[in-house]
Design a protein around this ligand. Structure first.
Ligand code: ADE
Ligand code: ZN
Length: 349
């Protein structure tokens, strides 16, 4: 491992905020802040079952993944027009840029919208335009990943892929999200095989609430290049060895795991152990509007709770670039920026 100059613990929070980083696991619908939900509801004449922003926020007391998903899908019901998707995308990218995210790979859930009669092109064009304008105006790089809802059928996923293919140049890959337990990766073997033939990048949520077997399935059956969450891997030593051997990245989301009761306390989070075991772990926000923080808040709270140090911060930032689907040139450019930030903070001691 590359050794970096140590940064004094007193400067660690500033370093975590300042270091350039990639965010590889966030759902754009999970970036809808209550204020934006109500603004869009009013603009579009959509009635919500909540009296207002505070009433909605009070409902954000989740007991597990499903209790969150029910509210998350209700929140997304205000999105109707291309401009709505654009505004949501720009709001997230503006916020991410403030956290020194230099590159974001963004999930979107088209079925949540097409089921309500919204056109596939409305969703993709709005988000794509947001990504492009944010790059031009804020210098933040981004790409879109179409995520299939695993509580729906594989047939529905195939129809979704078919509808998206005319816009193939506007997304870089596919993912698998929504209710995990009871919807194993094998259910989507054929549609992922087709996406693989098409040359799309492949990722999948696995081992958030589900067992290690779902991570094996994501790797061996879906050929997933990254595992989203994957924290349950620690229960299976052979799986840990496989993930290390193949350098499979895990996109871990500490505040999500806390808010959805995957862990009872951030101090108990196994991210430091996964990193220590040699897994390519990254830190991400998942659904930042719902889980109490954007990506820097995830770093800050995790480091405060677990006592992680600047060497580990360095490794997480490096991993975020290594695990991203960018060119080696792009990666090298951000690595130089990362080295410069660490050198600046090390000199403060
Ligand atoms: N969709 C949005 N957030 C999710 C999560 N954490 N797990 C599964 N599906 C999701
Ligand atoms: Zn997720």
């Amino acid at each position: 491992m590359h050794t970096v100059p140590a940064v004094d613990a007193a400067h660690l929070p500033q370093l975590l905020k300042a270091m350039p980083k990639a965010e590889l696991h966030m759902h754009i619908e999970g970036s809808l802040e209550p204020e934006l939900i109500f603004a869009l509801a009013q603009r579009n004449g959509v009635k919500l079952p909540y009296a207002g922003v505070e009433d909605l926020r009070r409902a954000y007391a989740f007991t597990d993944l499903q209790s969150f998903l029910d509210i998350y899908y209700a929140g997304a019901s205000v999105l109707l027009y291309e401009q709505d998707f654009y505004d949501m995308g720009r709001a997230y990218l503006t916020r991410a840029a403030q956290d020194n995210v230099v590159h974001a790979e963004i999930f979107f859930d088209p079925q949540t919208h097409t089921q309500r009669g919204v056109g596939m092109e409305t969703v993709i064009n709005g988000l794509y335009r947001a990504c492009r304008d944010a790059e031009i105006e804020q210098g933040i790089s981004s790409a879109l990943i179409l995520s299939f809802l695993r509580h729906l059928s594989e047939e529905d996923a195939f129809a979704t892929l078919e509808a998206a293919l005319p816009l193939r140049d506007r997304f870089i890959g596919v993912g698998l999200d929504s209710s995990e337990v009871g919807n194993p990766p094998e259910k989507f073997a054929r549609v992922f095989a087709r996406c693989r033939e098409l040359g799309l990048h492949l990722v999948a949520h696995a081992g958030e609430e589900g067992p290690p077997a779902y991570i094996w399935g994501a790797l061996d059956v879906l050929h997933s290049e990254r595992i989203d969450h994957g924290v349950q891997a620690a229960r299976d030593e052979a799986l840990m060895q496989r993930l290390v051997r193949d350098g499979v990245p895990l996109t871990v989301c500490p505040l999500s795991n806390l808010k959805l009761c995957v862990v009872s306390d951030l101090a108990q989070h196994n991210l430091p152990q996964l990193l220590e075991a040699g897994l390519k772990v990254t830190v991400n926000s998942d659904d930042p509007a719902y889980f109490g923080g954007y990506v820097n808040e995830n770093y800050l709270q995790l480091f405060a709770a677990t006592g992680m140090n600047s060497q580990q911060a360095w490794q997480l930032a490096v991993n975020s670039f290594d695990a991203s689907f960018v060119t080696p040139q792009q990666r090298a450019h951000w690595m130089r920026q990362l080295e410069a930030v660490f050198a600046r903070y090390a000199a403060l001691a």
